[in-house]
Design a protein around this ligand. Structure first.
Ligand SMILES: [Mn+2]
Length: 344
């Protein structure tokens, strides 16, 4: 991944003087969305800007400790304050998503601010043409946090221990603790730099991966036990959880995060899905291995998208209908060119 000097010059231009900056990340903010936003916020504050971090809805419990998290404004909880901050912003950075529609209720507020410069920092596929004034869009990057690391280096800013922790949380969670693709030598160079700046990897690991509630562990057992269904002779798996089931396990937002990855630990499984119901729709989370392209699958069947091996979509149908649609789609897809298997 190469960041062009022209892009950096433009960024410096947009950030000349003291600016009111808004950093916004996507709905259901994850480790990368929050980690990259908070580190970037600290960098910009260090440059003299006034910075607010906004997310559409609440973040999961396993991220409630990361440096700077107390200052994040949740639109769902503090709508009026967020609308004011969005309206006053002179520069708006969108981090870890590229489609403004992923902001749910916040979309209108952002669109309402026509005068702010809009800058994208992201690694998702298919960034929109013509929407942003400047795009740092690198679809080959493992995480937005990694892109932020590189931008910070280009700007000549020193990374401190808090930034290092935030950035590492983003890199670690988006790479499945360094187990997915896009693990380049330069990523490990950057991680080495973060360790040098005070990052404590065992501490971060414990806070993110070993801080489950009892309910979450029991929900996982239920999801993988009675609720996991194998399809297509073991090539695909699906887990479904209704709202009532989630309530039974004292579900807190983020509790089912990562469940979709477990079926992929079965040798035969090429793609895995998790259907989680909320009050408005069913969220479809998808993961795959190798050439099985769930970004394409999400686009075709569930009004979504993402990356080749990790994508998401949604369904407004009932759980029963959505499951039936999923089974039919998997059959068709795994028999098609996009779902074709090849050895990794
Ligand atoms: Mn990400």
């Amino acid at each position: 991944m190469t960041i062009s000097g022209g892009h950096i010059a433009l960024l410096r231009d947009f950030l000349s003087g003291r600016k009111k900056v808004l950093i916004v990340a996507h709905y259901n903010p994850d480790g990368d969305a929050l980690g990259s936003s908070l580190a970037w916020a600290k960098v910009l504050r260090g440059m003299g800007h006034s910075v607010s971090c906004v997310v559409p809805n609440r973040f999961p419990h396993f991220l409630d400790w990361i440096p700077g998290i107390d200052g994040v404004l949740v639109f769902g909880d503090r709508g009026d304050e967020v609308r004011r901050v969005v309206g006053e912003a002179e520069v708006i950075f969108c981090l870890d998503f590229n489609s403004i529609s992923r902001l749910e209720g916040l979309t209108e507020a952002i669109e309402g601010n026509g005068s702010a410069v809009k800058i994208l920092i992201d690694h998702h596929l298919d960034p929109p043409e013509g929407y942003f004034d400047l795009m740092f869009s690198y679809t080959e990057a493992c995480s937005t946090a990694y892109i932020v690391c590189r931008l910070v280096e280009e700007l000549g800013v020193e990374i401190d221990g808090e930034m290092a922790t935030d950035l590492y949380v983003g890199i670690m969670t988006d790479t499945g603790n360094f187990s997915y693709s896009n693990l380049t030598p330069d990523l490990f160079r950057v991680v080495g730099l973060l360790v040098e700046r005070g990052l404590d990897i065992p501490y971060v690991n414990t806070r993110v991966y070993n801080s489950y509630t009892e309910g979450r562990v029991r929900l996982l057992a239920y999801a993988l036990g009675p609720k996991m269904e194998m399809l297509e002779g073991g090539k695909a798996a699906v887990i479904s959880l209704t709202e009532a089931e989630l309530r039974r396990f004292d579900f807190r937002q983020g509790d089912s995060e990562g469940f979709v990855n477990y079926p992929l630990s079965i040798e035969s499984v090429r793609m895995s899905a998790m259907l989680t119901q909320n009050q408005r729709f069913i969220r479809v989370s998808l993961r795959s291995r190798g050439d099985v392209d769930v970004n394409e699958f999400a686009r075709r069947y569930f009004d979504g998208g993402g990356h080749r091996n990790a994508a998401g979509g949604k369904s407004k149908d009932s759980m029963e209908t959505t499951l039936a649609r999923y089974r039919t789609a998997v059959k068709e897809f795994l028999g098609s060119a996009w779902g074709v298997e090849s050895e990794e």
